[in-house]
Write a protein that binds this ligand. Structure first.
Ligand code: ADP
Ligand code: SR1
Ligand code: MG
Ligand code: MG
Ligand code: MG
Length: 425
């Protein structure tokens, strides 16, 4: 239901809203220059409305959430999502300001945020990948964002009081229920909102609905999504939530933030790089082959995982006081009484990452499947105009995703093995 006092803004009232708040309007220009401001609604996501406002002094972005989702007006969604996004942006900026747009303002009654505008040549990564682009710095940047935000909001960095306080601030119930539905439930039964390339993929869509092993695996992952509270996640970390140039990477759209399994954020990123890889097979033409970009997407997957592990481990090791046998680690998981010398720390770390990767791969499989069989599709595949070619890329993706989901251990705990198998498809 609508928040009392809520009203949806439009390209005109956005100007009035900002002009009445000189601290905000000032990013664009003085309020008496309002008539010269331009406002464009540019929302291309599934959920919200996004306005870019430009004036003589600069520009900003205003993002507003209505009481329903953008792509389905009969689908209500909590307007609390703006608060979660604002809180998450603040928390992320504490740990990784270089990859997060600056938040200027949050208005709970109007369910809106005002934030830093990321101007051209910034592009949303997903359509840029679909156009054949590569971004060599991306894997390191994303690894840095994930390592810093996930480590610093986990029990490895926080004491249990701070941790419980953080978890309590991010009880993002309705948004998590949406994810439970669209990723972990709908693709595995004949949910009314599902769609797929038909009739070409009818057999596979039907097969997933009767696939006992896939259902067991997705249920185990859903349980982890619901039960494992390891760190504050971004919660919707896909290539449509990244804006990039050759040199910069920004993570936007934090409204799905909640305390959950670290592997979910990492798995979404792995999935989306693989989606771009598999879709590339259908997007390329003899005149414009995608060989180099597709190789880069696989290398980027390996590099992102390796950098993430290295950086997360580095933060963890540095946070352990001294590092001599018998020294004490400050985190809640290694409390005052727990000795954490280098040997035991190394053993714990190895255990941690060995346990993490299968979940990363499982979540990645689930995320690929939802983008082909569920409600929310992606331009990676949708831009393949010929339905048979699109279905061929989707079929290959689904078969590979099922291996990630069900035969996770066949990759021997190695991302290199995953990309080698993808390249061989
Ligand atoms: P949704 O929650 O609906 O998915 P997003 O936060 O992903 O909304 O924003 C939708 C689109 O708005 C982005 O894909 C991008 O094109 C544009 N956008 C969002 N934030 C910014 C920003 N800070 N600077 C420039 N463009 C932005
Ligand atoms: C109705 S599903 C909409 C999807 O868009 C968001 O960005 C999330 O990925 C969500 O699952
Ligand atoms: Mg988005
Ligand atoms: Mg996704
Ligand atoms: Mg969003």
């Amino acid at each position: 239901s609508k928040i009392p006092g809520f009203r949806a803004l439009d390209t005109e009232t956005v100007k009035d809203y900002l002009a009445e708040r000189p601290d905000l309007g000032g990013h664009v220009g003085p309020s008496d220059s309002k008539d010269a401001w331009t406002v464009r609604e540019v929302g291309d996501g599934n959920i919200n409305f996004v306005y870019i406002v430009e004036g003589p002094s600069g520009a900003l972005v205003l993002k507003q959430g209505l009481p329903y989702i953008r792509i389905a007006h009969d689908w209500p969604l909590t307007q609390e999502r703006a608060r979660f996004e604002a809180e998450a942006l603040r928390e992320e900026a504490r740990h990784c300001p270089e990859h997060v747009p600056e938040l200027y303002h949050y208005d709970g009654a109007l369910c809106l945020l005002v934030m830093q505008y990321l101007p051209p040549p910034h592009l949303v990564l997903r359509p840029a990948l679909t156009a054949g682009r590569s971004f060599p710095k991306l894997p390191c940047h994303i690894a840095h964002f994930m390592a810093t935000t996930l480590f610093n909001t986990s029990l490895l960095a926080l004491d249990s009081k701070a941790w419980r306080e953080l978890v309590g601030r991010f009880e993002n119930v309705d948004i998590c229920r949406l994810t439970e539905q669209v990723i972990f439930t709908d693709p595995y039964y004949s949910a009314p909102v599902n769609r797929h390339t038909s009739p070409q993929l009818d057999d596979l869509a039907h097969a997933f609905q009767h696939d006992v092993e896939a259902k067991a695996a997705i249920t185990a992952l859903k349980a982890k999504f619901l039960q494992q509270r390891q760190a504050l996640l971004h919660g919707d970390l896909h290539t449509g939530s990244l804006m990039v140039t050759e040199d910069t990477t920004y993570v936007i759209d934090a409204e799905f933030a909640f305390a959950g399994p670290i592997a979910f954020d990492v798995g979404k990123m792995v999935a989306n790089l693989l989606i771009a890889f598999f879709a590339g097979a259908g997007l390329q033409t003899p005149e414009a082959p995608r060989t180099r970009q597709r190789q880069w997407l696989l290398q980027a997957t390996v590099e992102m995982w390796a950098s993430f592990v290295a950086e997360f481990k580095e933060l963890w090791t540095a946070s352990v006081k001294g590092g001599k046998p018998g020294d004490l680690c400050p985190s809640a998981l290694f409390g005052e009484e727990a000795p954490a010398g280098p040997a035991s720390l190394q053993a714990v770390q190895e255990d941690f990452f060995q346990g993490l990767l299968p979940d990363v791969l499982g979540f990645a499989g689930a995320v690929i499947i939802r983008r082909i069989l569920g409600i929310a599709h992606v331009v990676d595949y949708e831009n393949i105009q010929d339905a048979d070619s699109r279905a061929a890329a989707e079929r290959q993706s689904l078969q590979f995703a099922r291996r990630l989901l069900v035969e996770t251990s066949s990759f021997g705990g190695s991302v290199e093995a995953v990309v080698k198998a993808a390249a061989a498809c």
